[in-house]
Design a protein around this ligand. Structure first.
Ligand code: ADP
Ligand code: MG
Length: 489
């Protein structure tokens, strides 16, 4: 792919426009309790069963910071190679909404806990660095439910007060595909760290998507629109494409783009205006008087650094150096922490090349087909590594291995036992093979003549026949050698 292919261009008449995207990702912190209360965060509970006085904003309640959530945010910051701020401040962001009993959201504003960092994207055209502007801590709001009661809107406060990390990128993303890879990379890093489960169906990861367009090559960024609260990668991409086209159309008609907040309607595949900059909320931010500024010492940060596991970028580098994988193979194998663990378990005592091929080929196809995570794999790493060893030491051929693999998908059984039970062991005894080969040669004298007269293609026919009468068990390498020898006599 060409170097310039990463730009997402929209063309109208003689003009080329490029898209500029910045994301504000809301990632729910993996934590048993909420940011300022001890209520459970467990997903899927009965409405309003996980609500403390703090979450319901009863008069006189006092928020108490959850140290674990602070640690999780710092961990994530370290994973984003970002600056951790020793001092950060919680503000009140004031607005009225039915699902916000306090009448304000506690959120870090001017002084976030994490400053500038970066995320590396592996794109087909090379690596691209996306700048991180900041990461701050905030509480989630409750949920308004419109589709249970025909007359009333109901409110579920279970989510009220759950800890979020808002991760703000620089406007460095240039295409829907980069957004796809960016979200996946962020999610991968947070799953490695155990700081966010990244489950988009459950709303653990969602984003405000800022989109602007400009004429190709122009320095100055265009006016952006912010599309609120998009909860799947697919919808983010659809919203960007719709929004970029809408903005380009406006520019082509020599109209101006208003900076506004928009909604993405997933059914109609369009964005619609929610509010414009002019009536932008004045949130009247001020430091929350119930909470002291959050101070973390360097010792505290250093102690968290000790808990940081090997992250995807470093693991990829090691896989390439230690296992001689291609960057492509390494990227696939490290993208999910469970996959990388599985791979290392398999290669612990079996051939790396074979393991790479079997995991990225047969196993991934199987998981895909059954829609399973690798942690739910019907075949354990131990048994896959045994299967690979059977191929490597010549007990079975690659072809027979596929049969054994197929049996293993139904029952995670020791492949050696399967080979024994089904009598699948490869025939590598030259004497036995010679018998088979002689028979095929005798039975096909006419073809032998043709072969000797120069019809080389027939070699494959003989091999095929021999494999067939052996039930696929003849050692193909030996068959080739012996057959060649016999036919040349
Ligand atoms: P706000 O707090 O008003 O939303 P920020 O400066 O925090 O504003 O920016 C929010 C997001 O908008 C960031 O992710 C940033 O990268 C992105 N952004 C800023 N300018 C543009 C632009 N011209 N086009 C696209 N995205 C932009
Ligand atoms: Mg914003």
């Amino acid at each position: 792919m060409s170097k310039n292919n990463h730009e997402f261009l929209i063309t109208r008449k003689n003009n080329h426009y490029e898209v500029v995207i910045g994301l504000e990702v809301h990632a729910q912190i993996k934590s048993n309790s909420k940011l300022f209360s001890s209520s459970s965060t467990k997903f899927g509970a009965e409405p309003n069963t996980q609500v403390s006085l703090v979450d319901a904003a009863f008069p006189g309640m006092l928020p108490v910071i959850n140290e674990f959530c602070v640690k999780q945010a710092i961990k994530t910051g370290i994973g984003l190679k970002a600056k951790i701020n020793n001092k950060s401040v919680f503000d009140r962001k004031n607005y009225f909404y039915a699902d916000l009993p306090q009448g304000y959201q506690i959120s870090q504003y001017k002084h976030p806990i994490v400053g500038e960092g970066k995320v590396i994207l592996d794109m087909p055209y090379g690596q691209k660095e996306i700048g991180i502007e900041r990461l701050h801590l905030e509480q989630d709001a409750g949920k308004s439910i419109h589709d249970i009661d025909p007359e009333n809107t109901l409110v579920d406060l279970n989510r009220s007060g759950v800890a979020l990390m808002e991760i703000v990128s620089k406007p460095d993303l240039s295409s829907p595909e980069e957004v796809n890879i960016y979200i996946k990379k962020l999610r991968s890093i947070m799953r490695y760290l155990g700081t966010c489960d990244g489950n988009m169906q459950e709303g653990s990861l969602r984003a405000d998507v800022n989109v602007s367009v400009k004429k190709k090559g122009e320095e100055k960024l265009g006016t952006r629109c912010e599309i609120k609260n998009v909860n799947s990668i697919k919808f983010m991409q659809m919203a960007i494409i719709y929004e970029a086209n809408r903005q380009v159309d406006l520019l082509e008609e020599e109209k101006t783009i208003d900076q506004e907040t928009r909604l993405f309607d997933t059914k109609k595949n369009e964005t619609r205006s929610m509010r414009s900059k002019e009536d932008a909320h004045d949130y009247r931010y001020f430091p929350d008087p119930d909470l002291l500024p959050l101070e973390v010492t360097n010792d505290f940060i250093d102690s968290i650094k000790l808990e940081i596991p090997e992250l995807p970028d470093e693991k990829k580098k090691r896989f390439i150096e230690k296992f001689k994988l291609t960057p492509y193979e390494a990227t696939i194998l490290v993208s999910d922490i469970e996959t990388s663990k599985y791979f290392e378990e398999v290669t612990n005592n079996s051939d790396i090349k074979l393991a790479t091929n079997w995991i990225t080929g047969e196993l991934f196809a199987l998981l895909n087909e059954k829609n399973l995570e690798i942690s739910e794999s019907p075949i354990s790493s131990r048994n896959l590594s045994k299967l690979i060893n059977l191929i490597k030491n010549g007990t079975i051929s690659g072809k027979i291995a596929k049969t054994v693999f197929e049996i293993m998908t139904h029952e995670d059984k020791d492949p050696e036992a399967i080979v024994k039970e089904k009598d699948l062991k490869q025939e590598s005894n030259p004497k036995e093979l010679e018998k088979l080969i002689d028979k095929i040669i005798n039975d096909n004298q006419d073809k032998v003549k043709e072969y000797k007269a120069g019809k080389d293609k027939l070699f494959g026919f003989f091999v095929g026949q021999i494999m067939k009468v052996s039930g696929g068990k003849a050692n193909p390498k030996l068959v080739n050698e012996i057959l060649k020898d016999k036919l040349s006599r």
